[in-house]
Design a protein around this ligand. Structure first.
Ligand SMILES: CC(C)(COP(=O)(O)OP(=O)(O)OC[C@H]1O[C@@H](n2cnc3c(N)ncnc32)[C@H](O)[C@@H]1OP(=O)(O)O)[C@@H](O)C(=O)NCCC(=O)NCCS
Length: 190
């Protein structure tokens, strides 16, 4: 089951679609807002993730370090939403990070980023984080997400295609430059 705990927002239980044989049929995952105690846990996750996933996330070498993660998790000056998915194994581990930052020049647009640790990919965590990001973004007046995706990143392209949202994709410098129009109710994957 995925247990949703996002600040004071919704809390709900979802069935994980478990495609990885390394997992038990169901396991609890908490998806919540990031806090400053997550900095080290996110750094550890980046160190566990495969080179391929890091490449798809950063479209090149890893671009974060402990200082940039501190800034991401603690700095309140940038308009953003940062979510983590955690499991108890048995200590708490961050297994996914999703966030978006509002484009300062065009505040109706934001750029989202998402990374799910390899062992937990294909279980529905990415989809659930995107759902929450869309819902939060619409509440903040954001109308579109701009996403750069490597054309060979089938899982991410599939996630966008299945979202039910209108999108346009352009080929730009070897990447898919995708603009997604959020639903005014924040609805996605319905
Ligand atoms: C892309 C990514 C975020 C998807 O997250 P996830 O938690 O694995 O995705 P979900 O389990 O929510 O799956 C959502 C859909 O994608 C499909 N999917 C996920 N991984 C897949 C894979 N490896 N192959 C085929 N389909 C896949 C699922 O079957 C599901 O489709 P469905 O709802 O039609 O059944 C994750 O794979 C990841 O972190 N990849 C590396 C970093 C990255 O690419 N970030 C995005 C940069 S733009």
């Amino acid at each position: 089951m995925i247990e949703m705990i996002i600040d004071t927002y919704t809390s709900e239980n979802l069935m994980l679609k478990n495609s990885k044989p390394t997992h038990p049929a169901q396991f609890p995952v908490t998806i919540r807002r990031v806090d400053q105690t997550d900095v080290a846990l996110i750094d550890e996750m980046h160190n566990r993730v495969s080179k391929e996933s890091l490449y798809y996330r950063f479209l090149g070498p890893k671009k974060t370090n402990i200082d940039s993660l501190r800034c991401l998790c603690i700095d309140k000056t940038t308009s953003k939403v940062v979510l983590v998915a955690t499991v108890q194994e048995p200590m708490e581990k961050v297994v996914a990070l999703g966030y978006f930052m509002v484009n300062q020049e065009n505040p109706t647009t934001a750029e989202p980023a998402l990374l799910v640790e390899d062992r937990y990919q294909g279980c529905g965590i990415g989809k659930r984080i995107i759902k929450e990001m869309c819902s939060q973004a619409v509440k903040m007046g954001i109308e579109t997400f701009d996403i750069f995706v490597d054309p060979s990143n089938y899982p991410m392209r599939h996630l966008i295609q299945r979202s039910g949202l209108r999108y346009e994709s352009k080929f730009n410098n070897g990447l898919s430059d995708i603009r997604v129009w959020l639903h005014p109710n924040g609805r996605v994957y319905s």
